[in-house]
Design a protein around this ligand. Sequence first.
Ligand SMILES: Cc1ncc(COP(=O)(O)O)c(C=O)c1O
Length: 384
Amino acid sequence: MNPIFADLPTTIFEEMSVLARSHDAINLGQGFPDDPGPEDVRRKAADAVMDGNNQYPSMMGIPELRAAIAAHYAAHQGLTLDPNTEVMVTSGATEAIAGALFALLSPGDEVVIFEPAYDAYGPLIRRAGGVVRAVKLQPPHWKMTEAAIRAALSPRTRVVLLNNPLNPAGVVYGVDDLAILAKALEGNDAVVVSDEVWEHVVFDGLRHVSVLNVPGLRDRAVKIGSAGKIFCLTGWKVGFVAAAPHLLKALAKAHQFLTFTTPPNLQVAVAYGLAKPEAHFAAMRADLQGKRDHLARGLTSAGFDVLNSAGTYFINVDLAPKGLTDDAAFCRRLVKEAGVAAIPVSAFYGNGDMRTVVRFCFAKKEATLDEAVRRLVAAAPKLV
Ligand SMILES: Cc1ncc(COP(=O)(O)O)c(C=O)c1O
């Protein structure tokens, strides 16, 4: 077996899920909603299975969906994309990320990532022959600085892999932060691969800024999205890639031998969903923001130091003020003693070297959040 995968330990996600089941815990570790998702979008997918085409669709994605992606990003992010040469559909954002890395990297090339980083990045970079160079972000603000980015860059940097909004930190990088990134990249020809799967899940009136809107980055960046996150249908695994034609062409070559295509009925339904009015997306955000606030209040009442969450399905607590320095050990105690599962954020650092933050998912029914908070408050005297 390839050592990159053979040597991977059981992930903390798996460990916490097993522990959650054996302790009958409320699982706020898993990052998906317990809501069925928009009925009209699901109905469209069901109808398309019965009435539509179920054979291999176009490798780049059905024209109807590519047009819908371009129109959606024009309406919501002010982007101008040619659906024929700048948009591709993939089987989830994860396939898009893998395809981008396989297409862009040669053995020994370096990839700058920002930790905490989504767990797939490291293994995929290494399997593509790349070398990870991590910029380590720190709570409570998780700010990137020009100096830290420059320190991670080298003449071998081929890709800078950004995740904005950032899971698990819940931070949303705006125009100023992206300008810092663009400045740091002056004089270097790395491609920016921007994982923007959380683009619609931003709160407090914030608007997502795509890397493709940043002066100087439009022609050297790849934007990745996910219908799973946009419609709270995480199992659908329909992703999108948007990039200048010369980049998209290269990425399509990797995509054609990874999954080649994506279920046509889901593409039809996603095309329909992307054309929904702004009110739909605003309501989804408002619902999740209410859940965020609900869990934040509950965590505070249980004595936790809650960090700001400006986006994603996640909110974090900082253990450092309590003098606790082992987030994984804390999560094991939490599931056993309180009956609530969460994720230690050290799992998102290559060396596990930031060990004082714990992530909770709030995309759950209010009753589930209430019961989790009741348990946390009851167990608090033993825990923090
Ligand atoms: C940062 C990030 N990228 C990618 C994904 C996966 O997206 P998809 O399900 O579309 O592959 C996730 C899912 O949680 C994520 O948080």
